[in-house]
Design a protein around this ligand. Structure first.
Ligand code: COA
Length: 260
């Protein structure tokens, strides 16, 4: 499958998706959102892909936001549709994938760019990264889940400050806030993500998928995360991975998970 605005390669069980519009600082236009949806769906359905790493091309930006030129003329109805479609195709879609997605934040992650990083399961940033939700400076609010996921990750007070001031924070502040898990140099960023991916790949992909479902349930309206955890915990007992993981432990050998 060939794409216009993204690069997608799979190696050693890791699917790497790179948003590739460096001249526009990888801003998310409609086509890029659609292509990301397709690549993510393909990676998630490919049993060989155990972890997905999502990054931006060039040295300047992860993603500098939704493409402002595409929505500047929108009316109320189109604005609402833009947010709904984007959340469905990309932001909620990533969060609910069964394959873990690591955001390698290699520069500006602003507006839709930070919202994209926040929809991923975890974030690693390079030391030049700058993050923020500048939408109020454009007369709008974050529409791709930013008003929900930023407070979940850094707390309500800090999230409100960032949204109201349209300010940016640097990588070390993001680390201190818990918005990113680690900060590396630019050169080390993707290799660091791969090393983390390799640690995940030693474990049961079926159990990781169940963990994603259970953690996410705690943040969903009307869902009892504890109940989902009980049910997912029980389901694990019926899997080949559970049989292999527990047998390997008792036989004092390394588990070879079939991923079933
Ligand atoms: N949508 C569309 N185009 C964007 C964009 C966005 N969100 N962010 C950057 N670009 C484009 C610029 O228009 C410019 O295109 P051009 O060369 O054809 O004029 C190109 O990317 C480079 O950006 P530029 O602004 O020249 O780079 P800079 O280093 O001076 O500034 C930023 C970098 C990130 C501070 C600045 O681009 C910016 O503020 N972007 C918008 C951020 C934003 O508000 N995002 C939220 C959107 S909801």
């Amino acid at each position: 499958m060939s794409y216009e605005n993204i690069l997608f390669e799979t190696q050693n069980g890791i699917g790497t998706i790179t948003i590739n519009r460096p001249n526009k600082l990888n801003a998310l236009n409609k086509n890029t959102i659609q292509e990301l949806h397709e690549a993510l769906a393909d990676a998630n359905n490919d049993k060989q892909v155990k972890v997905i790493v999502l990054t931006g091309s060039g040295e300047k930006a992860f993603v500098a936001g939704a493409d402002i030129s595409e929505f500047a003329h929108f009316d109320t109805e189109n604005g609402e549709k833009l947010a709904a479609k984007g959340q469905e195709l990309l932001f909620d879609f990533i969060e609910n994938l069964s394959t873990p997605v690591i955001a390698a934040v290699n520069g500006f992650a602003l507006g839709g760019g930070l919202e994209l990083a926040m929809a991923c399961h975890l974030r690693i940033a390079s030391d030049n990264a700058k993050m923020g939700l500048p939408e109020t400076s454009l007369g709008v609010i974050p529409g791709y889940g930013g008003t929900q996921r930023l407070p979940q990750l850094i707390g309500k007070g800090r999230a409100m400050e960032l949204i109201f001031t349209a300010g940016m924070i640097d990588a070390s502040t993001a680390l201190q806030y818990g918005l990113v898990n680690y900060v590396t140099t630019q050169e080390e960023l993707v290799p660091f993500c791969y090393k983390m991916a390799e640690k995940m790949m030693r474990n049961s992909s079926v159990a990781i998928a169940a963990a994603i479902k259970s953690v996410n349930a705690g943040f969903k309206d009307g869902m009892d995360g504890y109940k989902v955890e009980i049910s997912e915990f029980g389901n694990c007992f019926g899997t080949e991975d559970f049989k292999e993981g527990t047998s390997a432990f008792l036989e004092k050998r390394k588990a070879e998970f079939p991923g079933e």
